[in-house]
Design a protein around this ligand. Structure first.
Ligand SMILES: NC(=O)NCCC[C@H](N)C(=O)O
Length: 305
């Protein structure tokens, strides 16, 4: 049986599901793509190939294994993009929530049925119909639960709005001991520089008490002010719009000390090292063209207690 335990984003990682890039099917049409950055690279004729994305995920898997993490991979389903495992489920405490995701992505979860078979059924929560939340929007942080979401005027308008008010309320009810902080995100189906696809595309806690943040990803600046005062100005690495577009906030913590990052994130990697972090660099530039990066590719099951 698999023990589940997630209280935050950074405690030492013990077990994780890492997506797979094999057999993604043909290049999507613009109409079949569901995020603006994929659309941009489809238009340019530069959508990433299976060969390149598999190579990038192998490099990431090698780092996780090097740190002794138990890595599960989804079964490969034919003609399906399965890189971004983060969104299909998420673990809070010792419970795994099966997310209600965008309908274009609802097949992905079946590829980890073999993982569910090793989890106590009492620890599995299914979300009722109409309640929507994707794992990229959900972050437990030592008693606080940060959630990115959209109110109806945006949720009903944008394909990139993936968590609704009902999703926030559902998580509040399921995890009543958490202090929930829900942040409305800025959305665009057409402009990847004006879109925070998930909370982890504009914000992520790192270390023990620090965070990476792109303030422009938050619809309400009072939320940015709350995060600034909660973490403290000196504990925040603020990134630019261009850096958000490159997915700087979507690095991945193996522990409070070790962060996996993209090899071309020069400014961020230098800043992280200056702050004492060990930075493990991987090539992930092709996968970033699908508007997701390292955190998006992982579904952490257990971090140390
Ligand atoms: N947590 C994340 O931000 N996941 C990235 C998902 C990217 C994928 N192209 C999507 O639009 O769902």
């Amino acid at each position: 049986m698999i023990d589940l335990h997630i209280k935050n984003e950074t405690s030492k990682l013990e077990a994780v599901v890492l997506g797979v890039a094999n057999s993604p099917g043909s290049v999507p049409t613009i109409d079949n793509a569901y995020d603006p950055k994929s659309k941009e690279f489809i238009r340019k004729g530069q959508y990433p190939t299976e060969e390149d994305t598999v190579r990038e995920m192998d490099a990431f898997a090698n780092i996780l294994t090097k740190y002794g993490v138990k890595v599960y991979r989804p079964e490969i389903l034919e003609d399906l993009n399965q890189i971004f495992t983060r969104d299909i489920c998420f673990v809070i405490d010792n419970m795994i929530v099966v997310a209600n995701v965008l309908k274009e992505r609802d097949e992905e979860v079946h590829a980890i049925d073999y993982v569910f078979d090793q989890i106590n059924p009492n620890q599995i929560i299914e979300m009722p119909d109409g309640i929507r939340a994707e794992g990229g929007d959900v972050m437990p942080w030592n008693g606080k639960l940060f959630i990115g979401y959209s109110e109806p005027e945006d949720f009903n308008m944008y394909q990139v709005s993936r968590t609704n008010r009902e999703g926030v309320d559902f998580l509040k009810n399921q995890f009543p001991h958490y202090e929930v902080h829900a942040f409305e995100l800025v959305k665009s189906d057409d402009d990847p520089r004006a879109n925070a696809l998930h909370l982890d595309c504009c914000f992520q806690p790192i270390g023990k008490d620090q965070a990476i943040i792109f303030p422009g990803g938050f619809k309400n600046q009072k939320d940015v002010e709350f995060l600034r005062s909660y973490f403290g100005e000196e504990n925040i690495i603020e990134i630019t719009r261009e850096e958000m577009y490159n997915m700087y906030s979507n690095v991945f913590s193996i522990s409070p000390e070790v962060i996996v990052s993209e090899k071309n994130f020069t400014r961020l990697n230098t800043e992280l090292r200056k702050r004492g972090f060990t930075v493990e660099e991987v090539p992930y530039g092709e996968i970033s063209k699908q508007e997701g990066l390292l955190r998006c590719s992982t579904l952490p099951l257990r971090r140390t207690k």
